[in-house]
Write a protein that binds this ligand. Structure first.
Ligand SMILES: [Zn+2]
Length: 190
């Protein structure tokens, strides 16, 4: 089956939450020649700034010029880190209290806005125009607001349902938000 440009995921290895390669769709390829061979790395918008000094090309353009095989640059198996919570919508449906339900809805919204931010970050990496930067900055503003709202909802939920207010989102929540955003992005129509 021929691969689509959106089959190419970022090749950066991360181990902040659980080791694996970055789950976000590739946006650009950075490359350089080295002793007659071509080194290259597929990068998402968030990681597009890595490998400074290497040439940069939008993924589709690089692919047409040099060919690209999905996951070819990944050494070992690609492990997309598993989210701790797999489905915020389902969790909201099964919530036992209104505060819990509101908290899950806020998490879902945070994942959606994070996906949009990552999309526009990738778009700007490909096409670094002022207009695209403005769109990216707007998307980051929405994500910041949604994250703050989710933190507030989480604080309310822990205070009202568990009598112990937690003001900071635990890492596994942020991790789940990122994983769901990656999933949303892979299926996002361009
Ligand atoms: Zn990445």
């Amino acid at each position: 089956m021929p691969t689509q440009a959106d089959d190419f995921l970022c090749e950066v290895f991360m181990d902040k939450y659980s080791p694996g390669h970055c789950p976000f769709p590739g946006s650009v390829v950075r490359h350089r020649g080295y002793r007659g061979i071509r080194l290259r790395m597929v990068l998402c918008g968030g990681h597009a700034g890595l490998f400074k000094g290497w040439e940069v090309k939008p993924l589709e353009e690089y692919r047409q010029a040099h060919g690209l095989i999905a996951d070819a640059g990944v050494i070992g198996k690609r492990q997309i880190p598993a989210p701790y919570f797999t489905n915020f919508v389902e969790s909201a449906r099964n919530a036992e209290t209104t505060t819990e339900r509101n908290m899950w809805i806020a998490m879902h919204r945070a994942a959606r806005t994070f996906a949009e931010f990552m999309y526009w970050q990738g778009h700007y990496a490909k096409y670094p125009l002022d207009l695209n930067r403005q769109t990216r900055d707007g998307a980051r503003g929405h994500w910041d607001d949604a994250k703050e709202h989710a933190e507030g909802m989480y604080a309310t939920y822990t205070r009202e349902d568990h009598d112990k207010e937690e003001r900071e989102l635990p890492d596994y929540f942020l991790h789940s938000i990122q994983c769901l955003a990656a999933e949303l992005l892979i299926h996002r129509p361009n």
